[in-house]
Design a protein around this ligand. Structure first.
Ligand code: SF4
Length: 602
C-alpha cells in the first residue's frame, strides 16, 4: 500500500464511514482514484473492492481515470446556456485542443461538463481545480488557457480581483460575488452573533426551545416544508443514547445559490442554529454536509468553527450549561444531486452510494449510523436562531398564516438585478418580477422551484410564493419572450434528471430519456398529437418512482404541457396520427455520405 493512502486512511482512523473523505483526499492528491488505490483502501478499511468501487463510480467529482493537472468543470445550468455557454464551451475546446469529457494528451488540462454549480447569478461559470471562475467571456477563456499553459497558479489567474464580502477573506480568495439585493431577518447586518447560545439557552430547557419553535410555525426551507419543531420533537422522543444534527448544505437544485451566500456571509448564524438543534434534541455531534462545488469555502468555514471552539460556542459545557457538549464537522459530498434527498445524504455521509433509503424508518428514528438524526436545511437552521432571538410571536406575524417568516430567493435569468432576495412569504410572482427589474410584459415564463418545480405562465403571475401555492426551496428563473422554452428550459432540465438519477428504479432510469426523445421529436416537427398524450401518461407513471427525484423528473415536461400547451400543439403535425420520428431521407443522406455515394430517393 502506498504511504500516501495509508496516511490518509490513518487520518480518518480507518473508519469505514469516512470513505467519502478518504476518496476526496486521494482524488485531490492524485487527480484520480486508480484500481490499485481502490484495492488499498478496501484492504485498509477491511471492506471489499466493490464496496469502494461502487462509491467511487457514483459521484461526478471522482474519476477512475487520470484527469488533468488543471481540471475544468464548465457549468451546464439553464442560465449558463442563456448567457452563452455554448460559445464558451467551443472556445475552451479550441484553445485547449480537446473535447469536453477528454484530457489533453500531455495530461495538462481536462474538460468536463457539470450540473448547476450554484452560480446562476454570475454565469457563465466554471470550477477550475476547485476554484470558481465567473462571468466567463471568450477573451477570458483564451487568457485562462494561456495562463494554464504558462504554468500559472490559480491565484495568479484571478485577474478580476476577489469578490464581495467574505469572498475577499484570505482563506477564501474567490472571485464570486454575493449579490445580496434585499436583506431581512436572516441576512440582517446587525445580528448579535451567538446571543441565543449565551442569553437564551442557559435560561431555557430543551423542551422550552422546541415549544417556541413549534409556536413560530416555522417549516423546513428545503422544499418539503415539514414543521421544524415537530421534527425536533420526534427526534428527541426517539429512544437512543446518541443523536445527530445534520445541516443539508447540498444546495443542488438548479438555480439555487442562496445557501452559498449564507455560508459565505453568515456561517456563524448557521452553526448557532445547529447548536440550538443539538441542545433541543440532546445531540453531541453535528455534521455540515456540504456540496463539493463549495469546497472553496472549506478553509474559511473551518476557521469559523475553530473560533467558535475557542470562544466556547462549541465543545464541552457550551455557555456554561453542564452537559451541553456539541461539535460540528464538515462532510463533503462528491457531486450528486440526489444526495439533497435526506436519506441519500445520510448514505453518502456514511461513505456509500447516495441512494435513497426506503422509509419508514425516518431519519428522526434511525438516521446517521442508525441513530436518530435531525436533518435541516441551511436556511431553516438560520431561521430558528431568529425565531428565538425575536420570539415566536414576532416571527409568526411575518409572512402568511401557513407560511410564517421570511424566505430567501435565488433569482436569475432575464432580469436586471439577479441575486439573493430575502422576502416575506406571500409575495406574488408579479411582485418579485417588479422587484428584480424584469420586463413583465416581455416575460414569457418563470420557473419556480427549479426543475422539480413549476413553469409559471403570465396568466398565473398573481400566484404567491408560499407553502400552499408556489412552494419553493428558493430557485426562481426568469425567461423572456425571446427564449425557446422547450429547447432551452425543458430539455436542459430533463437532461439534468437523466444525468442525476441514481438508477435504482426502472421508471426513473428509463422514462426521462424516452420522454426527452419524444420532446425532441416534437421539436423537430415530427411529433403528432398522440406524443403529447404519451408524455402526459408517462409523466404520471414516473411519479410512482421511489424518491422525490424520480417523482418530479417529469415536472419540466408536464408543467410546460399544462401551462404552454399551445407551443406543443403548434409544433405537432396536424392531421397525422402516427409518425415514427425516423427521418428516412436524412438517414439515407448520411449513410450515402459515409460510403461516398449519391443518395437517391424514389
Ligand atoms: S427515483 Fe430515481 S433517484 Fe430516486 S431512488 Fe429511484 S432511481 Fe434513484
Amino acid at each position: 500500500m502506498s504511504k500516501t493512502i495509508q496516511d490518509i486512511i490513518d487520518k480518518y482512523n480507518k473508519d469505514r464511514s469516512r470513505l467519502m473523505d478518504i476518496l476526496i483526499d486521494i482524488q485531490e492528491e492524485d487527480g484520480f482514484i486508480s484500481n490499485d488505490a481502490i484495492n488499498d483502501i478496501a484492504k485498509g478499511l477491511d471492506i471489499s473492492f466493490v464496496d469502494v468501487e461502487e462509491t467511487v463510480s457514483f459521484y461526478h467529482f471522482f474519476s477512475q481515470k487520470p484527469t488533468g493537472k488543471y481540471t475544468i468543470y464548465l457549468n451546464n445550468s439553464v442560465v449558463a446556456n442563456l448567457k452563452g455557454r455554448e460559445l464558451i464551451k467551443k472556445i475552451f475546446e479550441e484553445e485547449v485542443g480537446c473535447k469536453f469529457g477528454e484530457v489533453t494528451k500531455d495530461g495538462l488540462i481536462a474538460l468536463f461538463d457539470t450540473s448547476c454549480i450554484g452560480m446562476n447569478d454570475q454565469e457563465v461559470a466554471a470550477i477550475i481545480n476547485g476554484n470558481i471562475f465567473t462571468r466567463l467571456t471568450t477573451f477570458r477563456v483564451k487568457e485562462i488557457v494561456r495562463d494554464i499553459k504558462a504554468g500559472k497558479s490559480i491565484d495568479e489567474m484571478i485577474t478580476e480581483g476577489y469578490g464581495s464580502g467574505k469572498n475577499n477573506h484570505p482563506l477564501v480568495k474567490s472571485m464570486v460575488t454575493n449579490g445580496i439585493r434585499r436583506r431581512g431577518l436572516i441576512l440582517d447586518y446587525n445580528y448579535k452573533a451567538f446571543s441565543v447560545l449565551t442569553d437564551i439557552l442557559p435560561k431555557s430547557s430543551p423542551t422550552d426551545i422546541i415549544s417556541e419553535i413549534k409556536k413560530s410555525h416555522i417549516r423546513g426551507r428545503g422544499g418539503a416544508g415539514f414543521p421544524t419543531g415537530i421534527k425536533w420533537e420526534f427526534c428527541r422522543m426517539a429512544d437512543a443514547k446518541d443523536r445527530y444534527v445534520f445541516c443539508n448544505a447540498d444546495e443542488g437544485e438548479p438555480g439555487t445559490f442562496k445557501d452559498r451566500v449564507i455560508l459565505t456571509e453568515h456561517p456563524g448564524l448557521l452553526f448557532e442554529g445547529m447548536a440550538i438543534a443539538a441542545y433541543s434534541i440532546e445531540a453531541k455531534h453535528g455534521i455540515l454536509y456540504l456540496r463539493y462545488e463549495y469546497k472553496y469555502l472549506h478553509k474559511y468555514l473551518e476557521f469559523v468553527l475553530k473560533k467558535m471552539r475557542e470562544n466556547k460556542f462549541l465543545g464541552k459545557n457550551i455557555s456554561g450549561i453542564e452537559g451541553f457538549d456539541f461539535d460540528i464537522r464538515i462532510q463533503f459530498g462528491g457531486g450528486a444531486y440526489v444526495c439533497g434527498e435526506e436519506s441519500a445524504l445520510l448514505e453518502s455521509a456514511e461513505g456509500k452510494r447516495g441512494e435513497p433509503r426506503d422509509r419508514p424508518p425516518f431519519p428522526v428514528e434511525k438516521g446517521y449510523l442508525e441513530k436518530p438524526t435531525v436533518i435541516n436545511n441551511v436556511e431553516t437552521l438560520c431561521s430558528v436562531v431568529k425565531v428565538l432571538q425575536k420570539g415566536a410571536d414576532y416571527y409568526s406575524a411575518l409572512g402568511t398564516k401557513n407560511s410564517t417568516g421570511t424566505k430567501l430567493l435565488s433569482i436569475s435569468g432575464d432580469c436586471n438585478y439577479p441575486g439573493v432576495y430575502e422576502i416575506e412569504w406571500g409575495f406574488s410572482v408579479r411582485d418579485i418580477l417588479e422587484m428584480v427589474g424584469a420586463d413583465i410584459e416581455k416575460t414569457q415564463a418563470v420557473q419556480v422551484g427549479g426543475p422539480s418545480g413549476v413553469l409559471v405562465a403570465p396568466i398565473e403571475f398573481t400566484r404567491t410564493v408560499c407553502y400552499s401555492d408556489l412552494s419553493t426551496g428558493g430557485s426562481f428563473i426568469i425567461f423572456n419572450e425571446s427564449r425557446n422554452l422547450i429547447k432551452e428550459c425543458v430539455i436542459n432540465f430533463t437532461e439534468f434528471f437523466i444525468e442525476e438519477s441514481c438508477g435504482s428504479c426502472s421508471t426513473c432510469r428509463i422514462l426521462p430519456s424516452l420522454m426527452k426523445s419524444k420532446v425532441e421529436k416534437i421539436l423537430e416537427g415530427r411529433g403528432v398529437y398522440q406524443d403529447i398524450k404519451d408524455l402526459e401518461e408517462w409523466g404520471t407513471i414516473l411519479k410512482s418512482s421511489r424518491c422525490g427525484l424520480g417523482q418530479t423528473a417529469a415536472n419540466p415536461i408536464l408543467s410546460s404541457i399544462q401551462n404552454f400547451r399551445h407551443i406543443y400543439e403548434q409544433l405537432v403535425q396536424k392531421g397525422k396520427d402516427y409518425d415514427t420520428g425516423f427521418d428516412l431521407e436524412a438517414a439515407l443522406q448520411e449513410s450515402s455520405r459515409a460510403v461516398g455515394r449519391e443518395a437517391k430517393m424514389n
